[in-house]
Structure formats: structure tokens, C-alpha cells
Unconditional design. Sequence first.
Length: 346
Amino acid sequence: MFRTLGGGDLVTNGTKATHPHTVTELCEEGNRLYANALRTGRISRGEVEPAPCLMEFALLHPDPDDANWLLPLPPSVALAQRLNPIEREITEQRRLSISLAEVFEPFMALSAQETAPAHSITVLEGLDRINAALDLATSQCQTEMLTVQPSGHRSPENRLLEALERDKPMAERGVRIRTLYQHTARYSPDRLAYVDQFADGKVEYRTIDELVERLIICDETVAFIPIRDDRQVALELRHPGLVRYLVKVFEFMWGRAVPLSAGTPYETDPDGITDIQHSIAKLLIEGHVDEAIARRLGMNVRTCRAHIAKLATALGSGSRAQLGFLIAQSGMLNQDHSTHGGDSHP
């Protein structure tokens, strides 16, 4: 009895177990013997013993006049036998697609009558649905994609692989891509290796000290934002006003960010305090805990605490409470530490 494998090839259970290959990968001996049988009109049973697949695939059948000989099945007949079930399956799939279209046609008509605001915000639950919506939006993106990519808890390799699968086709068809990372991305070999794959000037990367959440905008018509810390739920936004607002937020951050090619933005002031430590100081004064500060600046908690310790040493602080007081008293947060971004980097 024939059965169908994943690639659509028909084989028999016996052949799969004893002479394992599909009909589309006929073995060398089978090819030679079948060709000989077609040329001569028949072949002896003893000759085909090295290639039992010929009998299993019914490419040979017994000669009714002499049991010691086998006759070849014409290749046109063998091909038709294997194509028929495939064509039947294609026909069935077409019939199913027509039925589905008929079922949803009245709903499509209703959808077209509704106003745009009813569809301006869509809740996407689960990574599969989120990724499907992102894949559709990026495949339809024609002009520009804006992205904000903070460091997250997921494996960097997985995140970068997903990004590569979406960004590469867009870049190849001429879509401009602008991406914002935290400054800490400059010290990630995986991130830098990813960026190196995009040498085209239409793909630009900048970094900034602090990012709040992920943001993706395609052609200024659709935006995606997460609404849960585990990123299992996201919003797809198509309201023109909301999308325009998010574009302005992106442009505000972009203007204050540093091109990735411009070198490190972490310079040390005469007081011995780096730019990143100024950013940490600002968040400390606002009351954020170490974990929140680390997340917003794109670093791990251990690195964040090391910077806090250096900041405390530079200001002569002996406690967390005293550190906050000394930060405020020093006036360091009144100084301008954005000279590495903004208009100085077009």
C-alpha cells in the first residue's frame, strides 16, 4: 500500500524500511536498471535484486508470459500515477480556499463600511500573533521604518535573528531604516556584528543613554508598542493622530542620539563622573530602583550597581540616602551633558 511522505513522494512501507529512499531520489542502481528495462523491453528478476525499490514503486511488473522476467511500466504512466493524488490535493485546497472566501465575503463587506477609528487600535496577544502582525506590516513597508530597541530579557541572538529576517528584505528593496539603541549596545559584539551587515546608507543606527520601551513604526501609518513587561501583549496602532505623535517622539529622541559610527559617548568630566553616571544620577533622584535604572539604560543590574558605587566614591557618599543628597547638592544635574548628541551629529 502506498503512503505519502512530507515531500509528496509516494513510497511503500517495505521500501522505506529495507531500501530507504523516495521515488524522487531513485538510487543509482535503480536508475540504471529501469533505463535498461525501458531500452530492452524487459529485465530478468535476478538483475533487479540490488534495487528492490523498482518493484516497491511499481516501476516493474511481472511478465505474464514468463515469471522469470519483469516488464517496465512506461514512465508516462508512472508519472501520471504519482501526479494524480497531488493534483487531487491541489484541487481540494482550491475548493477549500473558495469556500473560505465565500464565508468571509459578507464580513469583508461589513468591515469596509465601518469607520477607520473602529480599527485604529488592535490588541495582539501572544508572540505568534504579534510576530505575524509585524511580519505583515514590514513586508508592506515601502518608505521608512523607525524602531526603538531597548535591551531586553530575551536572548540577544533570538532578537537579532528576528530583526535580521525582517530588516534584510526591507533594506534590499530600498526601505530606509532608522534604529535607536541604548549606549550600551556599543559594547555588544552581537549587536555590532548585526549592524555590520547593513552597510547601505539607508540604514542608520544611533544610541542614546536611556530608552523606555520598544517602538516600531512603518511608513508613518502603523505603530507597534508593548503593553506588558513580558512583551506577550502589544498594541497595533493605526490611528493617524497616535502614529504622528509617536513619530514626533521618535524624532525627538533621534535628534538627541549619537550616531553609532561616532565613537563612544561616555566621556569623563573633570569631576571624574561619566555621562552614563550622570544618567544614573538623574534616575536615582527620580526614585528609581537599581533594576529599573538598569532596564532603562540597557545594562545588567551588576553593571548599574558598579556605576552607582563609582558615583558614590566620586561624591564621597557613605550611604544611598546621602548619595541622593550629594547629587542634588552638587548641581551636576543642572549641567548640560547632551553635547554628544543633538545638532552636533546630523
